[in-house]
Structures are given as C-alpha cells and as structure tokens.
Design a protein around this ligand. Structure first.
Ligand code: ADP
Ligand code: MG
Length: 388
C-alpha cells in the first residue's frame, strides 16, 4: 500500500530539505454531483469534497526565500526570493502556489520565508480539481505557519484568484469552495451569486458515488469553454436579464429573437439550475431515484443542448443506463467541464464494486481504453495540523 499524501508530503519534505516540516496543510479534490456550467451564470452547483487530498508540508526558512518541491519532480526544488514573488519565473505547476503566496501577502498576512513539499492523491487533470486542492492546501499550510486564520470564503476566493491570475485559468468559484468547505457526509449547495453555502446531508450509507475517469482530455476544452461563456452572455442580453440565473424557461420559450444555438445553450443553463435545486431537495428527502433521474437528464442536456460531452463520456453514461436499476445504478452524468474527464454513477453501495468491475470492462471493450475509477462519499474539506 502506498502511504497517503499527508505522510508522503512530510517524507518528501524531510528527504528534500534534510529536516522535519512544522505544518501540514491538506485539501481535497471534488466531484460535482450536479449543476454543470451554471457557476459562471450566477447559478447553483452541488459539489462535494472527495477523500483524495493534496498535502503540503511546510516549515519556516531562515532566509526570506520560497522553496517548493513536488512529488511530480522530486529532485527539482523551485526557489525564489520572497521579495520577487510577484514576478519570479517558475514552472507551470508552481504558479498555482506562487499566486497563493502573492495574494496572502497582498492581504497583509505575514508570510515568512518557507520551504514546502507537495504530494497528492488527487489525480491531476482528471476533472477532480487537483488545481484547487493544490492552492487550498498551500493556503491552509501557510495559515498554520503565519498563525493567521482566514475566513473560509476568503481562503476559497484567494485560491481562485491565484488560479485566475497566475495559472491563467478563468475558473468559477465551485472548486475552491468545495475544497475549503467540504464536510464529511455532506454535499454543498452553493449559490454562485451570493456565495452562500448550504450543506446537504448524504442521508443514506446505502448509496455511494462511483467515479470513472474516461482517460481522455480533448484539447478543444479551453476554447470551447470560452465560447460557451460568451454564448451565455449573449443569450442573457437577448433575454434582457443580468445573467441566465435570472431567466425562466417560460421567458426563454416566449422569446422570438434568440438564435437556435443560443436558445439551446440557455435552455441547458436554465434547466440545469432547476435540476440542481430539485436534486438538493430530493437528497434532503432521501429520494434517490429522483436524484438519479435528474443526473441522467443533466447529462443529456450537456450532451445535446450545451454540446460539451464527447464519445467517451457518453459511452460511460450509456453503460450506466444498460446496467440500470436492477444492477443498482440509479443515475449517471459527466462531471466537470466536459470534453473528457470523468463520469459519476449514483450506485447502491452494496453493488458498487460489482458495477465498477462491469463498467470498466464494458468501457474497455467499447473504447479500448482503461478507466481508472474509485468509489467515494462526501468527505471533509481543507485543514492544517501542526507536526510534532
Ligand atoms: P484538474 O484541476 O482538473 O486536476 P487542472 O489542469 O486544472 O486539472 O490542474 C492540473 C495541474 O495542477 C497540473 O498540470 C499541475 O500543474 C498542477 N498540479 C496538480 N496537482 C499537483 C501536484 N501534486 N504537484 C504539482 N502540481 C500539481
Ligand atoms: Mg483545475
């Protein structure tokens, strides 16, 4: 057995810097249960934190410098003077961390010179938001080191700021909020307009989530994402609302001027917001069949109206339909931005391992690809601990 990321980060720290770390920050990846491409439309999302975490071990340096090392490249320590944090040229993976330090300093947090070592159990680039986990884990570790605790929303927004300005990814607020505020046994209903978070209990241990990675990530994702955002802005303007969050399906169907493509994009966003609220309500009343049905509807809408799915995602959802309720599969949908990444199944816990084996075998037969997969339930959010 490989030790967990928390242990490996501490070990990597010691083997790299020849002394023990003082603080260990860690933060989870996330799965979005439902509410896709709604975040940048001021809408609702329903993610939860998963058990896999990114861990960062840190300790103060005598000199005002920053030293970073990751398991990704164990021999390569990235080092720069703290005074040059805003401009230092660092490799791509370290930019997420650089951005966090920049923003903490801007906020007046007293960040000393420090060394850090990163290890992660969140697969990178798999649609589980290893990037948010990375940012939030460092933010948490530096909370320990600097002795200042941030407001939870402030920490999430700081991490998002780092992703926007240093990794140059224009993400919404979902990933960082889920990573910071995740709560064991709960999903988070997040209103992306007000940034209010409502925990929704996962009421029954009889159900689990199976996460299946397609093993593909199509390169059009970035450009198509920007296009969808623009189409949403245009659709909202045509409907006379500030954002699609404010539009109803009645408004949409009675509008005459909307181009067909904008109509379909808007229909996805408006209906997805409704599904997300309905799904939260279904989970509150343990109506698992309804939650599962909403997941399938969400997928079809993303596939047909929003056009962000791909053959591999569709294959995994079709396999879920074929397995069906008799095998314990209640629902399935793509999760994350699309064009690859992962699919989630809502499954009866007792059947989850069998479904996992059947689905991965069927996927390999259909696509020739191996799907990495795991079974999970909502887990805890970010934290920091002082090491002895
Ligand atoms: P996702 O967030 O869906 O996993 P992203 O492309 O947003 O995918 O983020 C992945 C990137 O985050 C990686 O390419 C790498 O730069 C960085 N990253 C994630 N985890 C680590 C890690 N443990 N060590 C170093 N860099 C990491
Ligand atoms: Mg990411």
């Amino acid at each position: 057995m490989v030790p967990p990321a928390t242990d490996r980060a501490a070990q990597l720290f010691t083997s790299t810097y020849q002394r023990p770390a003082r603080w260990l920050g860690s933060a989870p990846g996330r799965v979005n249960f439902i509410g896709e491409h709604t975040d940048y439309n001021d809408g609702f999302v329903l993610p939860f934190a998963i058990g896999q975490r990114t861990a960062i071990a840190v300790a103060e340096e005598e000199e005002p410098v920053v030293k970073l090392v990751s398991e990704f490249a164990p021999g390569e320590v990235v080092e720069f003077p703290l005074a040059e944090v805003t401009s230092a040229a660092v490799p791509g993976w370290a930019r997420y961390l650089q951005g966090v330090v920049v923003r903490l300093v801007e906020k007046g947090v007293r960040v000393p010179g420090f060394a850090a070592a990163v290890a992660s159990d969140v697969p990178a680039g798999g649609g589980l938001s290893s990037s948010a986990a990375l940012e939030v884990a460092l933010g948490s570790a530096l909370e320990g080191l600097s002795g200042s605790r941030l407001d939870r929303a402030e920490l999430a927004l700081l991490a998002q700021w780092a992703e926007h300005h240093y990794a140059k990814v224009p993400c919404g607020i979902m990933d960082q909020f889920a990573s910071v505020m995740g709560r064991e046994g709960h999903l988070l209903l997040l209103d992306c307009r007000t940034q209010e978070v409502q925990p929704i209990a996962w009421r029954d241990d009889g159900f689990s989530i199976l996460v299946l990675n397609t093993g593909v990530s199509h390169s059009l994702a970035g450009g198509e994402y920007a296009k969808r955002r623009e189409q949403c802005t245009l659709a909202a303007r045509a409907l006379g609302v500030a954002s699609l969050r404010d539009a109803t399906l009645e408004q949409l169907t009675s509008s005459r001027s909307l181009a067909p493509i904008l109509f379909r994009r808007a229909r996805h966003v408006i209906s997805e917001n409704e599904r997300t609220l309905q799904c939260a309500a279904a989970l509150e009343t343990s109506d698992w069949e309804r939650a599962g049905a909403l997941m399938f509807e969400s997928h079809y809408s993303l596939r047909d109206d929003y056009e962000v799915s791909c053959a591999e995602l569709d294959a995994l959802v079709e396999i879920a339909e074929q397995l069906g309720e008799e095998r314990g599969v209640l629902g399935a949908r793509m999760t994350g931005g699309g064009f690859g990444g992962s699919v989630i199944y809502l499954v009866a816990a007792a059947a989850a391992a069998e479904v996992q084996a059947l689905a991965t075998a069927a996927y390999e037969r259909r696509t020739g690809r191996v799907s990495r997969s795991f079974i999970t339930r909502p887990a805890a959010g970010a934290g920091v601990q002082e090491l002895a």
